[in-house]
Design a protein around this ligand. Sequence first.
Ligand SMILES: Nc1ncnc2c1ncn2[C@@H]1O[C@H](COP(=O)(O)OP(=O)(O)OP(=O)(O)O)[C@@H](O)[C@H]1O
Ligand SMILES: [Mg+2]
Length: 246
Amino acid sequence: MGENETRDATVLRLVGVSQQYGSGHTAVSALSGIDLDLQRGEMVAVMGASGSGKSTLLAVAGGLQRPTSGEVIVEGEHLSELSPAGTAALRRRSLGFVFQDYNLIPTLTAAENITLPLELDGIGGRAARRAAKDALAGVGLEDRGNAYPDDLSGGQQQRVAIARAVVGGRRLILADEPTGALDTVTGEQVMKLIRSRVDAGAAAILVTHEPRHAAWADRIVFLRDGRIIDESRRERAEDALLAGRA
Ligand SMILES: Nc1ncnc2c1ncn2[C@@H]1O[C@H](COP(=O)(O)OP(=O)(O)OP(=O)(O)O)[C@@H](O)[C@H]1O
Ligand SMILES: [Mg+2]
């Protein structure tokens, strides 16, 4: 792989990222000097105790908040150099968030939940609806586009959220405990789906407490008190065996 290809494959780069909340003696260092690179086709699991900084890491990586120091680079764009509007536009174009719950807008149908960010980004109604249809088909819900979130199971809602996260060529999925509210079998289905989107060329950061879900990742990053204390590259084949999906 040439140098250009290597550079192009980098979806997310965090360089010396620190996030402090508050000031003085009540200040909390939620993140300290985080360096992290994420390539296309790569899934990183982030693990760590409650309060270790996992959600803060996702919020900073997704441009929802500016770090106190350090650089966040998404597909070559330095977020610190973008205006708030520019950051919002980049977020809509490149990023998809999947949270533990409260993912979907209850008054919009599944399809409308997916088209909303596209239309905000100026994509015409017809093109947006076609993209939503494809995205729903990609998660096996082609016939549920007109359903409201309340009429879908938890697993189906998370699949819609994943469809929204990847629609329109978004290449970075940021998922914060996306399986937390789901039963074991449905949780595995959601993991499988994120994995398949990554194998199709996206990149993903997955925050999870569950080792068996982290086993779907290529790499596991362990946080403690806002620092990366350990990083392990998983042997995919071995994991597949361990997770019983070989
Ligand atoms: N908006 C905020 N203002 C002040 N402190 C905050 C804020 N958000 C997070 N923190 C603090 O920053 C630290 C990291 O929080 P964060 O939510 O990132 O942890 P987490 O690893 O996601 O925890 P959990 O597993 O419970 O979700 C914690 O000490 C938390 O109390
Ligand atoms: Mg959290």
